[in-house]
Design a protein around this ligand. Structure first.
Ligand SMILES: [Cu+2]
Length: 515
């Protein structure tokens, strides 16, 4: 891709006029390029006008990318083309990231996935409510050269989702090599910044060797702790800089890292204003001084740059939150020494306020609707199903079991269209972000079984947003959390797993069965 294309795309803007508002790195900030953008996504209103069936070809292939300026790196990438429907439904990322897919609530989507990789793969639509055979499960992985046909209707509310591969044992390395993309659902929403004031920021990390190639070590230690790259890579590049006008913006954050749970702050110390979590608008905007984002979680922010001076910069800072509160090789917690968490922020993205007229905005008083269910709707309100997360024999376990495909236990069998209370009890020395396929749930309680790690939790606790719906939830060592899960009407087998991809790949994954 040429330089202009790279610059247009890297901001992952969803509207027109992206070229005026973006530079890929700060050295380009003074550029006077005014070429018309070539990678626009269409505003929600435009997409609404275009609402109709969408047919795509989507493929994964080995290719190269420029993650660090001037350095060519071998990667895997998703690419796509619109066969039928609005051409703006696919917007290239300009990096190794897959194109952003724009769909609408209620829209029928047909996607032919072609595996052009030298290994098996399959695409999972993270957070989407779909039938088992549309979910992109490990058992549906297809061989090199083979295809998989998807045909489903978008059944989620508007919001921020993503897609990534899910072949068992290979997800971590495939995502690390570059296979991930955003999926934005448009539709009826309160009045929020749109068009080119609607930006996505995909947070990842990579270790790039002196030869310019990605390092994915995947040692026993990496499998146990999760692989953390040495450099923050945002929207597919190091040192991402985005130009913004003095106006309100919606910034859709996705943590697409393999294992790094990030604590995010603004360099000015101002609060982060969250408006949506994991694809669902919060009932009301929520200010936090720092924001915790686990792998796979999304949070949409609202930021008003109208009070900034032209030329002022706002940096999004990210700190790793890894703790190990006991022995990784031991039995359970083992120890009583919760390590303190030492936040060490690095710049994940820099927003540069360009010379423009100040145009303040305000948020709607109410955003999302309150969830239609709660813990009192649970069929097992008096006896939550208990899932024990543990670490022993150099492995991570769920109820002393690992991935067994379609072998499910009694408590992993649930009734369609019921709400159940599930309880995750973390007896492992590590934090685990737990994801349930196709289910948006409520976190109804967090208590301590063992408060050895309470000190480190206290450092990040204010950045945990449990008030909205989630599809991925962080369980700190020693914690017991309860979630209320509405299981919906799709029957069949669906994975639930730790979203530290090295944990998932090494077996910290199970199926539940909806009957
Ligand atoms: Cu885990």
């Amino acid at each position: 891709m040429n330089e202009i294309g790279r610059r247009d795309a890297l901001g992952l803007f969803f509207g027109a006029g992206a070229a005026l508002a973006l530079s890929a790195c700060s050295s380009d900030a003074s550029s006077d390029e005014t070429s018309a953008p070539t990678t626009t996504g269409g505003s929600p209103a435009e997409l609404e006008a275009e609402a109709r069936d969408l047919t795509l070809n989507l493929w994964a292939e080995p290719t190269t990318a420029e993650i660090t300026p001037g350095v060519t790196t071998d990667v895997y990438s998703f690419r796509a083309e619109v066969i039928n429907g609005d051409p703006a439904s696919v917007t290239p990322s300009g990096s190794y990231l897959g194109p952003t897919l724009h769909v609408r609530t209620g829209q029928r989507v047909r996607i032919t996935f072609e595996n052009r990789l030298p290994e098996e793969s399959i695409v999972h639509w993270h957070g989407l409510v779909v039938a088992q055979d549309q979910d992109g499960q490990p058992s549906d992985a297809v061989a090199p050269g083979a295809t998989y046909e998807y045909d489903f209707v978008i059944d989620n509310p508007p919001g921020t989702y993503w897609y990534h591969p899910h072949p068992h044992g290979r997800t971590g390395e495939q995502v690390y090599k570059g296979l991930a993309g955003l999926l934005i659902i448009h539709g009826e929403e309160p009045l929020l910044p749109s068009g080119d004031n609607d930006i996505a920021v995909v947070l990842q990390d990579r270790t790039i060797g002196s030869d310019g190639q990605l390092r994915y070590v995947n040692t026993m230690h990496d499998q146990m702790a999760g692989f953390v790259g040495g450099t923050l890579v945002t929207n597919g590049v190091t040192d991402l800089t985005l130009d913004v006008r003095r106006e309100p913006y919606r910034i859709r954050l996705l943590n697409g890292a393999n294992s790094r749970t990030q604590y995010l702050t603004w360099s000015t110390g101002q609060p982060l204003t969250a408006i949506a979590t994991d694809g669902t608008l919060l009932p009301g905007a929520t200010d936090v001084e720092g924001l915790v984002l686990t792998p796979a979680q999304r949070t949409d922010l609202w930021v008003d740059f109208s009070t900034f001076e032209s030329g002022q910069q706002l940096e999004l800072l990210s700190s790793d939150t890894f703790i190990e509160s006991g022995s990784m090789m031991g039995n359970g917690m083992g120890n009583q020494f919760g390590s303190d968490l030492d936040l060490d922020p690095s710049v994940a993205a820099t927003f540069v306020v360009i010379d423009s007229e100040s145009s303040p905005g305000s948020l709607p008083d109410s955003l999302g609707t309150a969830p239609s269910f709660g813990p009192t709707d649970a069929v097992n309100g008096d006896s939550p199903k208990q899932m024990i997360l543990s670490t022993r024999r150099a492995a991570h376990w769920i109820n002393d079991r690992q991935w067994e495909g379609r072998e499910v236990s009694d408590i992993e069998t649930v009734g369609a269209n019921t709400v159940e209370l599930w309880e995750f009890v973390n007896q492992s020395p590590m934090a685990h972000p737990i994801h349930l396929h196709g289910k948006s749930f409520l976190v109804t309680s967090r208590t301590w079984d063992d408060d050895s790690a309470a000190g480190s939790w206290a450092i990040i606790e204010s950045g945990i947003i449990d008030t909205g719906l989630r599809d991925t939830v962080l369980v700190w060592p020693g914690q017991r959390i309860q979630i209320a899960v509405p299981f919906g009407d799709h029957r069949g087998y669906f994975p639930y797993h730790c979203h530290i991809l090295e944990h998932e790949d090494s077996g910290m994954m199970r199926n539940f069965r909806v009957i």
